[in-house]
Design a binder for this molecule. Sequence first.
Ligand code: SAM
Length: 284
Amino acid sequence: MERWVEETLHGGFRVRLKADRVHFDSQTEHQHLVIFENSDFGRVMMLDGVVQLSTKDEFVYHEMMAHVPLFAHGGAKKALVIGGGDGGVLREVLKHPEVVSATLCEIDRSVIDLACEHFPEISAGALDDKRTRVVIADGTTFVRETDERFDVIMVDSTDPIGPGAVLFTKEFYAGCRRALKPGGILVTQNGLPFLQGPQLKQSIGYFRDLFDDSSAYLATTPSYFGGSMSYGWATDDKTLRRHKLETIERRYEKAGSFATRYWRPDMQRAAFALPTYIRELVEA
Ligand code: SAM
């Protein structure tokens, strides 16, 4: 019997994906996890009825979450990934030779273990890199209590449902600010502005109260159904998202011009060019 798996995130909008083969379908300690094969998107991971990644387009999201803040910073040594148990953002972070330590703080051990088993090409050895430290904890507790300070914090979270809801609160963002070095950058998975506009507006509002510069950038990952995905941006250094193209090109060259399939120096600036309906959410 044909099986179709439904994404249930949005009120009036559902997407169904055909599951040619189901590899895993069960409750973990924190959420419901399904892994299956789909002819259009490849191998797909869903948590609590929401697509987290697909092997055919994961490069878009992971490259844009890692390279935009790291090349904007230009000297990041210590990186923190909150969530991100599939290891995709970590993989991209570790392409930067200047990064000497990368901490992954993930609440659900099962996501890491099952991603290693069913998506080894996503983390591509990043979890075993000597610069990597894995912490199994709630991100809100980690940023509130850590003694460490980071140059860049990337919040690769689920949506504001289940264990991910706390990662969209002002308390959590204040904890991130606490855990950042001066001039550090916070970027957050902030949903699809067309369908989750109020969520983006609220997060940017919190950023505005906590940081000197707040905005968002965009990229489109086809399996995040509903248009562009937004990445929240917060820092005290207003120059970081306004670098000239030549500056980013020089930094990319210095980093060894490693292979990418979506991010490019010119995409760095372009990603911050927001269409009016999103600009109105971000600049309210
Ligand atoms: N890129 C995906 C997206 O945009 O929807 C997210 C992928 S990643 C798998 C999301 C991870 O966030 C999951 O592994 C989940 O367990 C983790 N997560 C959710 N809530 C968390 C929390 N409070 N602290 C740390 N990790 C959390």
